[in-house]
Every structure is written in structure tokens, then in C-alpha cells.
Design a protein around this ligand. Structure first.
Ligand SMILES: Cc1cc2nc3c(=O)[nH]c(=O)nc-3n(C[C@H](O)[C@H](O)[C@H](O)COP(=O)(O)O)c2cc1C
Length: 204
């Protein structure tokens, strides 16, 4: 029997570096979400051994991805989630390869919603679901976030988890340690907390 976990947030971590700057911001956001009374399931996407989309297109007609390399259990987690955090560095002006592949592997959500016209996510649940996007970059230019934000907004549409808020920090090559920016660490906590509080309120 399908029984969705409520007040649950899935966190997608796009960096390879555990303990790095993206990780530190994600941990602050998770702390905020948990302080608001929600639970968090974290996926270290770059450490997962998942293939890219092999374009078999079986998901035009089936709910599951036919490549049974473990991705379907993540689809279940994503379907049940009330919220999402995506935390990633910029790589080559975009989302890093493994995380981008993971997003591509969510094509069953796309086919269900746009091709078969029956989203996995009910309208009621879609009203609750929202995403916090955390992204950092080495360079000191604002345009490094254009690609990652566009991809993430498209992904949020596909999985029906509204792009709700963002925390973007460029210039990490100069800043070096995110602890040198206590305002950004605080913002990560507060944005996580706001995400958790919005979910908790919607679930009251
Ligand atoms: C392969 C690779 C490509 C990168 N490409 C970019 C880029 O195009 N623009 C940019 O501003 N920073 C780029 N960076 C820098 C990272 O975004 C930056 O160092 C970030 O702080 C890394 O976060 P992390 O240590 O938490 O993984 C790149 C880093 C790597 C490893």
C-alpha cells in the first residue's frame, strides 16, 4: 500500500566533496528544515553509481525506468517528498554531470506529466511541494548561475516541486571557506527553516 511520508524533505547533494563548502551550506539548510519539524533524506548523488539516461523511452508507457540500477527507489522518495533541497557547486557553467544525469533519469516524471498527462504528483500534493536551490561558484560573475538555475527550474516543473527559493554564492575562489561568509551560512539555515515551516503549515 502506498503511504507517503509526510513532512519529509529530500536533499540532493551535487558535489563530490563531503565536508566542502556546498556540504556546509546544505547541512545548515538541513538543520533549519529539521528545526521546523520535518525529516530529511539526503542523497549524495555524485557517490551513487547511476548511469545516464539511455534513451530507451520505455517511460513513455511505464511508470518505472527500465534501467534497474537503483534509480527507481529514488523516484519513490521524490514522489513522496513534501519538499526538496538541491545543493550543488557550478561546474562548467552548469549543474555537475552526475547530478545532471540524475535529473535526466527523472524522465519518467516528465513522460507521466506531459506525455500521458497524468503527473505522479496529485494537484493537492503539488501545492505543498517546493524546492530550495543552493548553488555556489568559484568565479566572481553573476552569469555563472544562469545555466544551473534554468536547469533546476525545468527540473522543478517536471517533478512538480515549485522552485520556491534560492541561495546563490559566487566568488568562492576568493572567499575560499564559506564560514568566512557567516551571513550566507545564516541564510542557508533560515531558508531551510522557512522551507520546513511552509511544509509544516501546509500539513497542519
Ligand atoms: C570540474 C569543475 C568545474 C568548475 N566549473 C566552474 C565554472 O564554470 N564556473 C565557476 O564559477 N566555478 C566553477 N568551478 C568551481 C566550483 O564551483 C567551486 O570551487 C565551488 O566552490 C566548489 O564547491 P565544493 O567544494 O563544495 O564542491 C568548477 C569546479 C570544478 C571542480
Amino acid at each position: 500500500m502506498y503511504s507517503p511520508m509526510t513532512k519529509n524533505v529530500v536533499a540532493l547533494f551535487g558535489s563530490n566533496l563531503l565536508g566542502g563548502n556546498t556540504d556546509k551550506l546544505l547541512m545548515e539548510a538541513i538543520r533549519g528544515v529539521e528545526d521546523a519539524g520535518c525529516t530529511v533524506q539526503r542523497i549524495n548523488v555524485a557517490r551513487e553509481n547511476l548511469a545516464g539516461c539511455s534513451q530507451i523511452y520505455s517511460c513513455m508507457f511505464e511508470d518505472r525506468c527500465s534501467n534497474e540500477d537503483g534509480v527507481n527507489k529514488y523516484h519513490t522518495m521524490l514522489k513522496e517528498a513534501d519538499g526538496l533541497i538541491i545543493a550543488t557547486p557550478v561546474m562548467t557553467y552548469g549543474i555537475p554531470g552526475q547530478l545532471k544525469s540524475f535529473m535526466d533519469r527523472c524522465q519518467p516524471f516528465y513522460m507521466a506529466k506531459y506525455f500521458r498527462k497524468k503527473s505522479f504528483i496529485t494537484k493537492e500534493h503539488a501545492k505543498i511541494r517546493r524546492t530550495l536551490f543552493i548553488c555556489i561558484a568559484g568565479m566572481n560573475t553573476p552569469d555563472v548561475f544562469i545555466g544551473p538555475v534554468l536547469t533546476t527550474k525545468a527540473y522543478c516543473e517536471i517533478i512538480d516541486a515549485k522552485y520556491g527559493d534560492e541561495l546563490l554564492q559566487n566568488d568562492m575562489d576568493t572567499i575560499l571557506k564559506i564560514e568566512n561568509k557567516p551571513d550566507i551560512m545564516k541564510a542557508a539555515y533560515e531558508k531551510g527553516r522557512a522551507l520546513g515551516e511552509a511544509i509544516a503549515k501546509a500539513r497542519e
